[in-house]
Design a protein around this ligand. Structure first.
Ligand code: P6P
Length: 332
């Protein structure tokens, strides 16, 4: 009888990592520890975001990141939290962050490198729209004990060992893949732990949601304009929050496509390849979707700069096939 009352709380992130450790790259505890470190930083940031209006952590700090974007206090706080958690966890070799100009070398005797957008969409925080963290994990190519070099970091997305995001929203979730499917964990504030809530997540094969900043339509290539016209004429619906992780997460659950095409302001696209597009492309493909720069698979792109941008189209496989048929101008 008492068993019925004591309902199980489910599988914690920690337990899941341990259960899957043999599947983790290298099968050693190092990789698992990194995932735990990410979970810790996410819980700390989640706590701060949940009290945003009550803490003096809003607004800008008067500096710009290497992208020339004004840094918000929470951008810097999140960056610090992840760098501290990963460094203290002791399993990371180096960190590339949207908020840092150069590689941060932590321990040249370790083998994993993480590319990180600590807090994407942070301009939405003060209006309480969901925001996210995006991460991508590689194995270094250079020998242990030597200095980390650019080649270690500038690897194709197809070389990722793991990728994921944290969405800080009405509920907060950690969603990640190690190349064997995508699993989602919901944060329980009362227990202070993430629990498996979305096992084996799959992008619906098709959908009607398209996510794009339509105010830029006058700057898009006519092929993209034609696809947007197709969407309007075929009962599609526009959902765009200005927060990539939020739009991606909704589209992965309901079916949809997110697009940030080239435009006059950003001819190479706005989103960053290393720590935004590669991670979401890996997750998307692992969940059965597709991700492209409009010409080729995101995961096949060879990075040449830590902070390089790329046009980004990502989502349900059938929607992506249709969109690319326009973008590649087969469809008039
Ligand atoms: P725009 C946030 O700055 C971000 O990087 C993504 O999270 C979001 O999808 C996009 O840029 C929004 O850009 O130009 O539409 O405001």
């Amino acid at each position: 009888m008492e068993k019925e009352f004591a309902k199980p709380v489910g599988i914690s992130l920690d337990r899941f990592i341990k259960l899957r450790q043999d599947e983790s790259p290298g099968g050693t505890g190092e990789f698992s520890q990194m995932l735990r470190d990410i979970g810790l930083a996410a819980r700390i940031i989640n706590r701060e975001l949940n009290h945003f209006g009550l803490l003096d952590i809003g607004g800008k700090i008067g500096t710009e990141n290497i992208q020339g974007e004004e840094q918000k206090k929470m951008d810097v706080i999140a960056n610090t939290r992840f760098i501290r958690a990963l460094s203290d966890g002791g399993e990371i070799c180096a960190i590339v962050s949207e908020e840092e100009d150069e590689i941060i070398e932590v321990d040249r005797d370790k083998k994993y490198i993480i590319a990180l957008d600590p807090l994407d969409g942070s301009s939405n925080i003060d209006v309480t729209v969901s925001v996210g963290t995006i991460f991508s994990i590689f194995r270094r190519k250079s020998k242990l004990g030597t200095a980390v070099n650019e080649e270690d970091v500038l690897q194709k997305g197809s070389q990722q060992l793991a990728a994921g995001y944290v969405i800080y929203g009405s509920s907060s979730m950690l969603v990640y893949t190690t190349g064997k499917g995508v699993n989602g964990f919901t944060f329980s504030p009362s227990i202070g732990e993430f629990f498996l809530s979305h096992p084996d997540m799959k992008f619906p094969d098709d959908g009607i949601i398209y996510s794009v900043n339509e105010s830029l339509v006058h700057e898009f290539d006519e092929s993209v304009v034609r696809y947007l016209k197709y969407c309007k004429e075929n009962n599609h619906t526009l959902r765009y929050t200005g927060s990539l992780v939020t739009d991606f997460h909704r589209n992965m659950l309901k079916g949809g496509i997110y697009m940030y095409p080239p435009c006059q302001k950003t001819p190479n696209g706005k989103l960053r390849l290393l720590y935004e597009c590669n991670a979401l492309a890996f997750l998307c493909e692992q969940a059965g979707g597709k991700a492209s720069d409009g010409k080729q698979r995101i995961l096949d792109l060879q990075p040449t700069d830590f902070h390089q941008r790329t046009p980004f189209y990502v989502g349900s496989a059938k929607m992506m096939t249709k969109a690319m048929s326009f973008v590649n101008s087969k469809e008039k």
